[in-house]
Write a protein that binds this ligand. Structure first.
Ligand SMILES: [Zn+2]
Length: 501
């Protein structure tokens, strides 16, 4: 049974074969740290964290490179090319590197709360200006880029003409033919300098007022956005590596340009397998400033965006994202998140009870069909993951297994209905999947359930106070907990749930 992944480059599911097993090189486009990450960013980072964890589970030694874009990402709408970092630094009255540090710290904080593992290398664009300049020099020397007024542009038409013959046309990833691409690069600035509208900038001349600038053979300037990923992936993962990941929105132009740049230098596509996650919509709408629905991660965790009816724990968000296949669309709504919150709680309850049990491997199953069904559902974890990383199907199985666990716990099913060997396998695989591969424990496990116990005690005391009409005590518990960031919510069924901010 081998891992198959959907390769955006060939538009097919393919068996994953590492170039140099057991080593795997994986590059994922990281954030532009000109502002705080939002809900849309959470999906690629969680998706590729699980890819990273799963590859390690399969025994690969993975070098995971995820960059920080701290220069070179242009504002697309402006007349003049302006680096996003430079622009925001002026707005916030900060040194560019101060701004970069502020948002990098916030980003790392959010990644840790999501329980995402740190990448093996996290290179920055500003730390690799030399490598970018070297790569641009090579592209010019090979005849696929030209200088104009201190800026350097990639010659897309020439590239397409020459490399189409080698089966590496421009547009091979996004499926766009060159004619479509005219006017779609959205680099509205300095069009007159370009030979063709589809050409893109490798280096931009910095006007006097531009604060981020470096010396180059073409004068003082700053790098284009696409070149950083080509230069850094090449430096740390070589001429061709295994997996390149990112959101679907990066396929064009960013990844298309990366492929063209690296192909000129190395005569092959930089990565063999290109994996792209789909986008998140909010209540059925695309996320965008015009809809006022861009939810920053701190707002999500604190429940402070107007769209939100409550705060959401990072583990709830992580679980919500893994509940759908990464290539499918995912619609955010308060109802959907609340459903995920409840489902995750149920899974945790079953999981924590299961982990405390000692099963005897000698016990044979009194209910053979339940035993077999359970064993099959456990084995399917790997099968589903090997089929293009279908976390959604694994979680669906986990739910059914949680029901069985809860039934054993509540003594509706005898513990010996299922064999000791199967129950031991259940313990082992649930531990691997819930903790190691899906990373769903994170903060929750840190207190080992003690906080839950204390909160449950307070909820019980409040309930008793209400029953004897001691509303002063019941209100006090609710209000003081709220002041500590714990929101109690009375459910329709008479139960009480809570969220911790
Ligand atoms: Zn990139």
């Amino acid at each position: 049974m081998s891992l198959k992944v959907y390769n955006s480059l060939t538009r097919k599911k393919e068996v994953f074969e590492a170039i140099n097993p057991p080593y795997v090189g994986m590059y994922v486009c990281g954030p532009t740290v000109s502002g705080e990450s939002h809900l849309g960013h959470a999906r690629p980072f969680i998706t590729f964290d699980v890819v990273y964890r799963y590859l390690m589970y399969l025994g690969y030694k993975v070098r995971y490179v995820r960059n920080i874009t701290d220069a070179g990402h242009f504002e697309e709408e402006g007349r003049e090319a302006e680096d996003k970092i430079s622009k925001k630094a002026v707005l916030e009255k900060l040194e560019p590197m101060e701004l970069v540090q502020k948002y990098t710290n916030l980003y790392h904080w959010a990644m840790a709360r999501f329980n995402n593992l740190q990448p093996s290398i996290e290179p920055t664009a500003t730390g690799h200006i030399v490598e970018q300049i070297e790569m641009i020099k090579k592209i010019i020397a090979d005849g696929y880029a030209y200088e104009a007024n201190g800026s350097v542009y990639f010659d897309v038409e020439k590239y397409n003409t020459d490399f189409s013959q080698k089966g590496l046309p421009y547009g091979m990833l996004s499926g766009r033919v060159l004619d479509d691409q005219i006017d779609t690069t959205r680099e509205l600035d300095n069009q007159e300098e370009k030979r063709n509208k589809s050409d893109f900038a490798l280096w931009k001349h910095a006007p006097p007022e531009h604060i981020m600038r470096w010396q180059s053979p073409w004068g003082e300037g700053f790098p284009g956005w696409h070149i950083e990923c080509s230069a850094m992936s090449n430096k740390y993962l070589g001429d061709q590596f295994d997996i390149h990941g990112g959101g679907m929105d990066l396929q064009f132009p960013h990844h298309e340009c990366e492929i063209a740049q690296s192909t000129v230098c190395n005569h092959k596509t930089p990565a063999r397998y290109w994996l792209h996650n789909n986008m998140i919509t909010i209540n059925g709408k695309k996320m965008g400033k015009s809809y006022n629905n861009v939810i920053k991660l701190s707002e999500l965790f604190e429940g402070t965006h107007p769209i939100l009816t409550q705060a959401y724990h990072p583990m709830t968000v992580r679980f919500f994202i893994l509940q759908s296949h990464y290539r499918g669309t995912l619609d955010f709504s308060n109802e959907a998140l609340q459903a995920s919150e409840k489902a995750l709680r149920r899974l945790w309850e079953a999981y924590e009870w299961l982990m405390k049990q000692n099963f005897d491997a000698q016990v044979t199953a009194s209910d053979k069909s339940l035993d077999e069904k359970t064993a099959t559902q456990i084995r399917e974890f790997d099968e589903f993951m090997n089929d293009d990383l279908n976390t959604a199907k694994v979680l669906a199985n986990m739910f059914e297994l949680s029901s069985v666990i809860n039934s054993i716990k509540d003594k509706h099913i005898a513990v010996n209905a299922i064999s000791g060997a199967t129950l031991q396998m259940l313990q082992q695989q649930m531990k691997i999947y819930v903790e190691d591969i899906f990373g769903l424990t994170g903060e929750r496990r840190a207190d080992d359930g003690k906080l839950d116990g204390v909160l449950q005690l307070l909820i019980d005391i409040r309930k008793e106070a209400k029953q004897r009409k001691d509303f002063m005590t019941s209100d006090k518990i609710r209000n003081e907990l709220a002041a500590l960031g714990v929101q109690l919510k009375d459910e329709k069924d008479g139960g009480v749930s809570y969220t911790i901010q």
